[in-house]
Design a protein around this ligand. Structure first.
Ligand code: FPP
Length: 237
């Protein structure tokens, strides 16, 4: 099972406490940490967290710098924990606009955890799904496509991700907004969408368990009809 999360609401969480936005992002990183561990314990195969969208570059410079500082520290501490819990860490998105220190840290975290197999943790940084789709299309101009899966392979190459774990089963967005905001548009084609009012720093293991319960109640049909009905409508069924 692949869960992808748009971790929204750090700023509002901070504002309600008269704190600055950076404090909200720090609380958001702590929540992310707890959810990574909860997901691994509950047997989630892949967890993707949207940490920095390509549009986030347009936020005030101090906030952008704080987010990247947080990300680098997160990668350093998380790599050790991931090794301890056999979690494979992978950063998806563009790398050409990241500074060389962060790029080196990403490569190191990925190399060290490459053989970990309990869960695949993907952190989306400088990620834009529309950019990825366009770039994969541009690279494909001379190569014939035989199946949608082929496209996913090229998309994964652009994103530095793995086509085997790219398709999303459940997308969660916190903080009330009901939109995808350029996140995994191709990969969410058949995902169940869950929009929650809770602000990201308040999203804890109980909220995560409730989200999984809600998902288990959804009926996924992938454009088909339920199996039982299908059988009943066959001749002799
Ligand atoms: C959206 O909240 C959140 C972000 C733009 C950044 C997400 C980053 C984190 C949760 C911390 C870093 C995460 C990791 C995994 C290291 P917002 O600031 O848009 O909130 P608002 O809509 O209430 O202003």
């Amino acid at each position: 099972m692949h869960i992808a999360i748009i971790m929204d609401g750090n700023g509002r969480w901070a504002a309600r406490r008269n704190l600055n936005r950076q404090a909200g992002h720090r609380a958001g990183a702590r929540a992310a940490d707890a959810i990574v561990r909860a997901a691994a314990r509950r047997g989630v195969d892949t967890l993707t967290l949207y940490a920095f969208s390509s549009e986030n570059w347009f936020r005030p410079q101090p906030e952008v710098e704080a987010l990247f500082g947080l990300l680098r520290r997160y990668l350093i501490t998380e790599t050790d924990r991931c090794l301890g819990e056999s979690i494979r860490l992978n950063v998806i998105g563009r790398r050409d606009r990241l500074n060389s220190t962060l790029r080196a840290q990403i490569e190191q975290s990925e190399q060290l955890t490459a053989a970990c197999s309990r869960m695949h943790l993907r952190i989306a940084v400088d990620y834009s799904s529309r950019y990825s789709i366009m770039e994969a299309g541009r690279r494909l101009q001379t190569i014939p496509l035989s199946a949608p899966g082929d496209y996913l392979r090229h998309l994964a190459e652009v994103d530095h991700s793995d086509p085997a774990t790219a398709e999303v089963d459940l997308l969660i967005r916190t903080a009330g907004e009901k939109r995808l905001s350029d996140f995994l548009l191709w990969e969410c084609a058949y995902a169940e969408l869950l929009f929650l009012d809770c602000l990201w720093p308040d999203f804890d293991e109980t909220a995560f368990a409730q989200a999984l319960e809600e998902y288990s109640r959804r009926q996924r049909r992938f454009g088909r009809i339920p199996a039982a009905q299908d059988a009943a409508e066959r001749p002799g069924g």
